[in-house]
Structure formats: C-alpha cells, structure tokens
Design a protein around this ligand. Structure first.
Ligand code: ZN
Length: 174
C-alpha cells in the first residue's frame, strides 16, 4: 500500500491519505516549537507537542484504514508517510510489541534547529516522537504514550557527536 497523495491546483489543497495537510518551511516550524516552549515551559511543551502529533497521525491512519496483518507493513507505511510529509527518514527496523529503538538518519527538526539556533539543550524531535507513538501503537495494538518515549540522541544537540537522532520507546523506562 502506498500513501495516496493528491493536489488540487485550482483550490491549492494538498491531501495525503484523504486528509488536507499544510506544509510549512523550517523557519516557521522551528520558531513555532520554540515559541510554545517559551510560553508554557519546556516540559509542558514537550508533552503537548508529542501528544498532539500522536493524535494527528493516528487520525491519518484512521483515514487510510490500512488492513495489514503484519505490523511491519504499518511500520513501512509510516516511514513512507514521514518521508512524504517532509520530516525526514525514519528507521523502524528495531521495534516490536515491547517498544525498541528508532533511528532518524535525517530529521527535519534536528537538522534545521541546529542550523537556525545552534546547539539544542535537549532533543528537539517532538513531532517525530508523536509520529512514532501513533505508528507503533497502530502496528502492534499497544498503548504507548508520551511518558513511554524519549530521545536519547539528537543531532541538534551536537552534530559532530550525534550523527543521527535515536529515540527509544518502552514502558517503565525500558
Ligand atoms: Zn532529534
């Protein structure tokens, strides 16, 4: 199954999987994320943005109604959606029902955050984390939430030290 994408030139509306989407440039996305943190604090902003992304991407899967029996097919679909939305490259090869490790060889947020603001204090791939939660829960029927995910390495913190972003999912910090 590939992701159905259509663009209505007359109305200027892009849809992915039947859902209208808005694409923003990295300037908008980075400033929006920083502005939310400035307004409500880093921890609240983290939780809000991860859970928001999780809800939005869960809705994308609801609209697509993938009927796969193999979780790997959902993970592949997720990687394709992530890429087509312009958020980068995501590797789900090391995840299972109990969670696991997800690598982002290319992350829109990590790459552009560093270019725009310099080194980040902590991981900035909040949208990716919400995306990952929605995708893993859809693939395995799990109920991972914002407290079960953390970014252990983010390129935005120091590209020389962290070539890729690494995100871990698991209950009870495992
Ligand atoms: Zn990152």
């Amino acid at each position: 199954m590939s992701v159905p994408i259509s663009f209505d030139k007359e109305k200027n509306i892009l849809t992915i999987g039947g859902q209208p989407v808005v694409l923003h440039c990295h300037h908008y996305n980075m400033f929006l994320q920083q502005s939310i943190a400035d307004l409500i604090g880093e921890e609240n902003a983290r939780n809000l943005q991860i859970s928001s992304a999780q809800k939005v991407i869960s809705k994308v899967y609801d609209n697509l109604k993938p009927s796969f029996s193999d979780p790997k097919e959902i993970l592949e679909l997720g990687a394709e959606i992530f890429k087509k939305l312009g958020y980068g490259i995501i590797d789900f090869s090391k995840v299972g029902k109990s969670g696991g490790q997800i690598m982002l060889p290319m992350s829109h947020y990590a790459f552009n955050w560093f270019e725009k603001f310099g080194p980040a204090k902590s991981g900035v791939c909040l949208f990716a984390m919400g995306f990952i939660l929605a995708t893993i829960n859809r693939a395995f029927g799990t109920d991972f939430s914002v407290t079960d995910i953390r970014e252990v390495e983010c390129r935005a913190m120091n590209p020389e030290e962290h070539e890729h972003c690494v995100i871990e999912v698991g209950k009870n910090g495992n």
